[in-house]
Write a protein that binds this ligand. Structure first.
Ligand code: HEC
Ligand code: HEC
Ligand code: HEC
Ligand code: HEC
Ligand code: HEC
Ligand code: HEC
Ligand code: HEC
Ligand code: HEC
Length: 423
């Protein structure tokens, strides 16, 4: 009887001792979770599912302790990538060296960004929804706040979403889909309907043995868990120095003029070349290009023969050359219409010349729209489709649509010139 009571007393004393040793931070933590279990139960459940919660990382580790009740939630810190870096320095350092770190900067370097509704940029409902990538500078963060946008300071959660912050999620190609899809970069569509993607899905369903090879986006672009990403040709499909082939070199110069990187009148570099350099928009030396090409060839050669890999990648390069021929022809036709006054220079264009940096804001000339679409949608698909081993994208959605666009441009050119003379 006495022994039982004694045991209870000891247990009671131990409990008091444990709670007394409980730190202040721990008490704060329980409050965050207790209250948020009612306020935002989904987030608490997410966090509970995470590996971090199992390792004792709690709300206040990321959000601080200043916000304490229902009325002062604006005091909660929204953690940027530097907060993650406190514990994940390696991933942070790799990420900063890669192309993703330039997402926000390149977006803001384009003139179009400052002509469209803020909702589509800072608000993240359009371009900004995908370009919330990379560590923002203090100036960029202040601009967001000034415009009334408090969120979207972190981009680590673009692949392992809050608050599960799961490695598994980020390893799935679907983690890339939201951004790498659609109009000008349908890599998810191309990969998922290529043999590589088909194999991945078949394997997922257990119809191929677990060991069967099926490369994912991550396998080719973030190999061995790295967070640094960059390709040889990049998005724009241009690079320096100019190629030895004279026609290809001339065609690339024409494209660089339409990108506004070269002055169409003098052929000299414009201030935009500085943007290209600063945001690593293109590889500017042979070495920079070769480093990326070599890395990729090695990855392919893990499953295919080295020769097979090189030949396929070189076919991609040659398709850029073919595509550039069509593209340059189109640009030159539209440029002549500007030059002889058949179409007028939109006020916001720096030169009387097509300007792809303004995206679809062409200022009213339909033929310029057709040209822009040929560049942004179809030229991209032509080589992206080849590189991602997708026959239909390379041909019907890419090359065939380019030739059709060029025909349309020629037809429009004829009718516009005929009606212009009649006026
Ligand atoms: C007494 C309840 C309560 C406690 C305790 C509490 N919160 Fe909150 N928290 C809220 C409410 C209410 C909101 C606002 C929700 C809304 O906007 O609908 C909020 C919002 C937030 C936000 C979002 C801020 C924003 O700008 O949207 C974060 C982050 C947050 N809390 C974290 C924490 C952390 C970390 C703790 C503990 C240090 C904590 N909360 C403690 C009630 C609480
Ligand atoms: C206070 C330290 C700390 C901070 C801050 C922190 N983490 Fe973690 N994180 C950890 C620990 C500890 C683990 C578990 C490590 C392990 O098991 O190897 C972890 C694991 C992870 C994982 C792997 C999860 C898995 O499924 O294997 C991801 C992803 C991650 N953190 C992302 C983030 C992001 C994003 C941020 C910033 C928003 C962040 N972490 C902030 C400590 C931290
Ligand atoms: C659906 C998501 C999405 C939207 C919307 C989007 N982008 Fe992008 N953007 C991307 C992705 C993904 C890339 C990289 C594609 C690639 O390399 O093939 C990219 C690339 C770029 C690049 C080139 C970056 C480089 O270094 O090569 C610029 C500039 C750009 N986008 C500007 C914009 C602007 C301006 C808008 C809005 C008018 C916009 N984007 C809308 C996802 C998006
Ligand atoms: C590993 C870091 C980390 C931990 C731990 C963490 N959060 Fe967050 N939380 C974030 C990040 C990152 C964001 C997004 C910031 C931004 O806007 O870019 C965020 C945003 C939020 C938001 C506002 C955005 C939204 O989706 O509503 C709330 C509310 C919030 N967290 C609550 C919590 C609560 C409650 C906990 C604890 C159960 C918690 N967080 C734990 C990193 C963390
Ligand atoms: C483009 C998508 C993407 C973004 C953005 C991203 N990650 Fe990851 N992360 C991944 C992938 C994929 C993995 C799985 C790597 C592997 O297979 O080992 C991963 C894994 C991790 C892990 C687990 C490492 C391990 O092996 O346990 C941590 C921690 C992590 N990321 C932190 C971060 C931080 C911090 C940031 C922001 C600076 C970030 N990630 C941004 C895709 C991303
Ligand atoms: C939130 C949107 C978003 C997500 C999610 C995302 N990306 Fe990106 N990605 C971008 C943007 C934006 C760019 C262009 C960055 C710039 O402006 O330089 C880009 C660039 C790239 C590039 C570099 C292309 C070049 O120019 O060389 C690669 C490769 C890439 N992403 C792969 C991936 C992979 C793989 C995943 C999934 C694990 C992924 N991305 C997830 C938005 C995203
Ligand atoms: C089998 C390997 C492989 C897989 C899988 C793969 N890619 Fe690629 N990707 C490439 C190659 C090769 C290039 C062109 C590299 C060059 O410029 O030399 C490329 C280029 C890119 C680029 C730059 C622009 C372009 O398309 O040429 C982006 C962005 C990109 N891939 C994203 C993705 C995404 C997202 C996925 C998954 C949906 C994916 N890739 C799947 C091999 C792959
Ligand atoms: C993880 C393994 C793996 C990697 C890495 C890989 N592939 Fe594949 N690839 C395959 C498999 C398996 C097939 C299906 C072969 C078949 O059709 O029998 C395939 C099919 C192809 C095909 C279409 C079928 C054919 O034989 O012509 C092309 C083209 C291709 N790969 C090119 C590449 C290129 C280029 C790279 C690197 C950018 C690459 N692959 C990386 C496994 C891989």
């Amino acid at each position: 009887m006495y022994i039982k009571q004694l045991i209870w007393i000891v247990i009671g004393l131990l409990w008091v001792a444990i709670t007394a040793f409980d730190t202040g931070a721990m008490a704060e933590e329980n409050k965050c979770i207790a209250c948020h279990r009612n306020i935002t139960p989904g987030q608490v459940a997410d966090w509970e599912s995470s590996k971090m919660s199992k390792n004792g990382i709690t709300c206040s580790d990321c959000h601080g302790v200043k916000h304490k009740n229902s009325k002062d939630s604006n005091l909660a810190r929204l953690p940027d990538e530097h907060v993650c870096a406190e514990c994940h320095e390696d991933q942070f350092d790799q990420f900063v060296k890669g192309k993703h770190n330039y997402g926000w900067t390149t977006l803001n370097a384009l003139p179009i960004t400052h002509m469209e509704p803020d909702e589509l940029m800072e608000g993240g409902k359009g371009c900004g929804g995908c370009h919330n990538m990379g560590v923002k500078t203090k100036v960029q963060k202040k601009e967001l706040l000034d415009k009334g946008y408090r969120y979207r300071v972190n981009s680590c959660d673009e692949c392992h979403t809050r608050h599960a912050f799961s490695k598994n999620e980020a390893q799935d190609p679907k983690a890339c889909q939201q951004c790498h899809m659609g109009y000008d970069h349908p890599q998810y569509e191309m990969w998922s309907s290529s043999k590589h993607g088909t194999r991945y899905f078949v394997k997922e369903k257990g119809k191929l043995p677990e060991k069967a090879a099926a490369p994912t986006c991550q396998y080719c672009h973030l190999p061995n868990g790295t967070h640094e990403n960059r390709t040889a040709w990049g998005f724009l499909g241009v690079r320096l120095p100019l190629p030895a082939d004279k026609q290809w070199a001339a065609d690339r110069v024409t494209i660089l003029k339409a990108l506004g990187v070269l002055n169409p009148e003098t052929g000299k570099p414009t201030a935009r070349l500085d943007i290209v350099k600063a945001a690593d928009l293109a590889r500017l030396t042979d070495d920079a290009w070769k480093i990326e090409r070599e890395k990729m060839t090695k990855i392919c050669a893990g499953c295919h023969s080295g020769q097979f890999a090189r030949r396929h990648l070189e076919m991609g390069d040659r398709m850029i050359k073919h595509a550039d021929r069509l593209m340059a022809e189109g640009i030159e036709i539209v440029a002549r219409l500007y030059k002889d006054g058949t179409i007028k220079k939109p006020d916001h264009y720096p030169f009387a010349y097509p300007d792809f940096f303004y995206f679809k804001r062409t200022g009213g000339s339909y033929i310029d729209q057709v040209l822009f679409r040929m560049y942004m949608k179809y030229r991209m698909r032509t080589y992206q489709g080849v590189f991602h081993a997708n026959p239909d994208y390379a041909y019907w959605y890419g090359w065939a649509a380019m030739t059709k666009s060029l025909d349309e441009i020629k037809e429009l050119d004829r009718t516009m010139r005929a009606t212009h003379k009649n006026n």
